[in-house]
Design a protein around this ligand. Structure first.
Ligand code: HEM
Length: 407
């Protein structure tokens, strides 16, 4: 069956609209698309984009960076606006051998061994934040706990001084998603400029200061044959800050919502009947903070019987593929022991998330902290979803963590 957005069962469905993702549960839409028209054209303005919803097709797109390039951008907002100005300069929107080499160098800062000290700091600080939330009785989990963890981690990795961190967080928030439907693109652009200017000042301050943190690796790359330009240095620092902050925060907040919604699964985890590692993967699948990845077709070709022209925008919806019953048995059941779990929350292939290990460490720290301190997790108000067509999850989550009783 060929479906058409805006009519029939897809009436009122505009995937580019942030409001749609905040206000409507899309479970039935994704199911319909996966079943009936898994690669479908979505009109938008004078153009449009392809929507890919099955896990197998998503893998095919992620794996083939020659046919599906990231160079013009990797999120709908920039692709629909004509392309990302950072294309070819920022890792996530570049392709080719030079890009792979920059990625290889940066990956050194993200190995489990390199992250060991940071991992211990994250465990300690997360436990303190969760314990404080338990002691207080009630909290707004996003502001009181979740937003402190990823920002501190990525700022540690980039060695950003303590007093600079709060303002950077506020700008990062404004760049990607919005907690209100009224936020404008201008707000986002201004915030992005503030962050870039901050990193320019930091580069001046750090010019002659040796180090092995991620910012030092990037600075070093500006002096080597790879010759990372000043602009590339700033854009990649910006990308690390953003990639590392909002998505991780959303996975932490979404985790609390999921554990409150499925108390039996939480108790299985608390009692040690499932491992924290498998729970982390399932919660990443469940929360899918990066709802889509965008690509541009470099050549006319077919995908699932559809003719895709060169230059067309192709969007892979992780939020649909992560619930594809062809890949995940009973996908709408949270199963913290699920194995295997080939979720696409970190993407796949050439652009697989650089910070995946760090994000897993943060989520694992949260689960260990909950197990140590908390008996029951109770939502005390309506969770509020973000207004974004890219970031999926909750901006606010009022919750009560009931203290663990002595056993
Ligand atoms: C790439 C999701 C955490 C840095 C990606 C991609 C996804 C993703 C889906 C692939 C984008 C594409 O294919 O176009 C997530 C999620 C996270 C998370 C869901 C948390 C739960 C982090 C953290 C960092 C980070 C903590 C950094 C400290 C990056 C970077 C890339 C990337 C630099 C680009 C890699 C490349 O293009 O080679 N992430 N991310 N992410 N992520 Fe993450």
């Amino acid at each position: 069956m060929t479906l058409a957005f805006g009519t029939g069962p897809l009436a009122g469905v505009d995937l580019a609209s942030p409001r749609l993702h905040a206000e409507r549960d899309l479970t039935d839409v994704w199911q319909l698309l996966r079943d009936e028209d898994p690669v479908v054209w979505h009109p938008a303005g004078a153009g449009g984009f392809w929507v890919v919803t099955r896990h197998a097709h998503a893998l095919a797109v992620y794996r083939d960076s020659e046919t599906y390039t990231s160079k013009r951008g990797n999120v709908l907002a920039t692709l629909l606006a004509g392309g990302d100005p950072a294309g070819g300069q920022m890792l996530v929107v570049s392709d080719g051998p030079r890009n792979l080499e920059i990625r290889r160098r940066l990956l050194r800062a993200f190995t489990p061994a390199a992250l060991q000290d940071l991992s211990e700091r994250i465990s300690r600080s997360t436990l303190a934040l969760v314990q404080a939330a338990v002691d207080r009785g009630g909290c707004e989990f996003s502001a009181d706990v979740a937003e402190h963890v990823p920002l501190a981690a990525i700022c540690d990795l980039l060695t950003i001084p303590e007093p600079d961190r709060r303002p950077l967080l506020a700008h990062a928030r404004a760049c990607l998603a919005a907690e209100s439907p009224d936020a404008t693109d201008t707000d986002a652009r201004l915030a992005r400029n503030e962050i870039l200017m901050y990193f320019a000042r930091l580069a001046m301050r750090r010019k002659n200061v040796p180090g092995d943190d991620v910012f030092a690796i990037l600075l070093q790359l500006t002096r080597e044959p790879l010759a990372l330009s000043q602009q590339e240095l700033l854009l990649n620092s910006y990308s690390l800050l953003l990639g590392g902050d909002e998505t991780s925060r959303l996975s932490l907040v979404g985790t609390i919502e999921a554990l409150a919604e499925f108390p039996d699964e939480w108790q299985r985890l608390r009692r040690g009947e499932v491992s924290v590692d498998s729970a982390v993967e399932e919660l990443l699948r469940w929360t899918t903070p990066a709802m889509h990845s965008g690509r541009t077709s470099t050549t006319a070709h077919e995908l699932a019987g559809k003719s895709i022209a060169a230059g067309h925008t192709v969007t892979v919806w992780n939020s649909a593929a992560n619930f594809d019953p062809a890949e995940f048995a009973e996908p709408h059941r949270l199963d913290l022991g699920r194995r295997p779990n080939r979720h696409l929350s970190f993407g796949h292939g050439h652009h697989f998330c650089l910070g995946a290990q760090l994000a897993r460490i943060e989520l694992s720290a949260l689960l260990h902290a909950l197990i140590a301190t908390t008996d029951a997790i109770e939502l005390t108000g309506e969770p509020r979803r973000l207004y974004s067509n890219f970031l999926g999850g909750y901006g606010k989550l009022p919750v009560r963590l009931h203290p663990r009783r002595a056993e």
